[in-house]
Design a protein around this ligand. Structure first.
Ligand code: GLU
Length: 475
């Protein structure tokens, strides 16, 4: 895209909560603007939307903010090209409708839905692509004036010149060419008076100075019509890049699929915004190496030319991978904040930093940390499993005396615990440490033993080792 600062945008219709599919579109636009030193705009496309969707407008702004996808202009913050809610821009659209009519580029159409349906069916029956016949375009001035006087409901149609082509270079999909005969005259204002989606969408991009539109390829067929509208109004035509939709593991588009995770749900599950950003920036896009990056890093290597033209498939395993990376990458303060207030009751204040560092490499979600907090700081739900008991029963009781001696000898400095224990017992590696881990945590895996020994209260360490010894002694 060269080195010019780009102005990109995200233009959601507030019909629901954001999901991974539409947030990926927002992220791509954000990264492109940021990498070019340009700006990112947020416009709310709420013309078709019934009332009661204000909550979604609020929610989508919160979600974008949570992800760190800050916009420099638009909904919630204003700017020089507002208003940024399309429902407040009717006067602007009306002026443009009048301009198009004055230039003979648009005309009122009185055809009823029924007439249009009959026309459509007969075209299909004749093997022709359905498109408007232009009947109302051919009305005489007198006929048109008479119908307008009689208040016959009318849409406004844009007139498309026949036998021509519309071409544009799509920044993802390459050169696109559409014949105008396949487009036909189309409605830009509904009979109810509202602007058609692709009209307001196109003119707002132009009026708001957007230079690059990156959006789902379900909008590709709108683009030639939008270019025609902008040309007819002498408005600047942005560059376009149409990206393939994200599909669920079963192949259904994420946007349409019941039960697809919303950003809000993922956030509630404990996903970190950095995990979603690292995952989504790579979904159907291949510019990066494997390293975890912040938004600046993701922006620096983002390249639209490396975005795939085929649908990107959501993969929960990959998302989890980036979650683990994110959990390890955030600052200690962010990490504690992410773990949430729930832990305060379990983890004594002076043990919090050590607890956080101990569990960090072993958890994906805050709930995993709560489990560790309970194991380490409470006996309430601590009951050795049969598997653990079996392993402990196979150990000589005296082994646990040696463990206890080693524990005491280390006197709170556990860096050498494993070494001292091995020397004392002659056992190496897993044989030496597995019974200790099981006795203390009831788990085969978990945080480093050195770190655990430093935070489990000493009386609890002794009690659990003695309990293990008792199991061993029963054999
Ligand atoms: N409001 C449209 C949508 O949510 C915007 C399409 C576009 O980005 O141009 O699909």
């Amino acid at each position: 895209m060269g080195t010019q600062p780009l102005k990109t945008r995200f233009a959601p219709s507030p019909t629901g909560l954001l999901h991974l599919g539409n947030v990926r579109t927002a992220l791509f636009n954000y990264l492109l603007a940021r990498a070019s030193g340009g700006s990112f705009l947020l416009r709310i496309e709420d013309t078709d939307v019934t009332r009661g969707h204000d909550k979604y407008i609020e929610a989508l702004q919160q979600d974008l903010t949570w992800l760190g996808l800050e916009w420099q202009e638009g909904a919630g913050i204003g700017g020089p090209h507002g208003p940024y809610l399309q429902s407040q821009r009717n006067a602007i659209y009306e002026d443009l409708f009048s301009a198009l009519q004055a230039r003979q580029e648009a005309y009122p159409c009185f055809c009823t839905a029924q007439e249009l349906e009959i026309e459509r069916k007969s075209q299909l029956a004749a093997g022709q692509p359905p498109r408007y016949s232009g009947r109302c375009y051919r009305l005489s001035d007198d006929e048109r004036a008479a119908r307008l006087r009689s208040d016959t409901p009318a849409t406004l149609r844009f007139h498309v010149a026949a036998d021509s082509t519309v071409e544009f270079e799509d920044h993802v999909r390459g050169l696109q060419r559409f014949g105008t005969n396949d487009i036909g005259d189309f409605v830009i204002r509904r009979s109810s008076g509202g602007a058609a989606f692709f009209f307001s969408n196109a003119v707002d991009d132009a009026l708001m100075g957007v230079t690059l539109v990156v959006r789902g390829d379900d909008h590709l067929s709108n683009t030639p019509r939008q270019i025609l509208i902008l040309r007819a109004l002498d408005l600047p035509v942005p560059a376009y890049g149409h990206i393939a939709l994200v599909v669920a593991e079963d192949g259904a588009p994420l946007s349409k699929r019941e039960g697809s995770s919303t950003i809000r749900e993922l956030r509630e599950q404990g996903y970190l915004p950095q995990a979603l950003n690292n995952y989504l920036a790579r979904l159907g896009h291949t510019s990066y190496d494997d390293s975890f990056m912040d938004l600046a890093g993701l922006a620096a290597s983002f390249d639209l030319r490396h975005v795939s033209r085929s649908p990107a498939r959501f993969d929960e395993g990959h998302l989890r991978h980036w979650q683990r990376e994110a959990v390890n990458a955030v600052s200690p303060a962010e990490f504690w904040n992410w773990l949430g207030d729930g832990l305060d009751a379990w983890v004594p204040a002076d043990k919090r930093p050590a607890f956080a560092e101990a569990v960090r490499t072993n958890i994906n979600f805050p709930v995993d940390a709560s489990e560790w907090a309970r194991v380490i700081f409470s006996d309430e739900h601590f009951a050795l499993t049969d598997g653990a008991r079996q392993v402990l029963a196979g150990v000589a009781p005296s082994y646990f005396d040696q463990v206890l001696e080693t524990y005491t000898a280390c006197a709170g400095k556990f860096e050498d615990f494993a070494l001292v224990l091995q020397t004392r017992t002659g056992k190496k590696g897993a044989a030496a440490l597995r019974p200790v881990r099981l006795a203390l945590t009831n788990r085969e895996r978990g945080p480093e033993l050195v770190r655990l020994l430093a935070i489990i209260p000493a009386t609890r360490v002794r009690e659990r080792l003695l309990a293990a010894k008792a199991i061993a002694a029963k054999q």
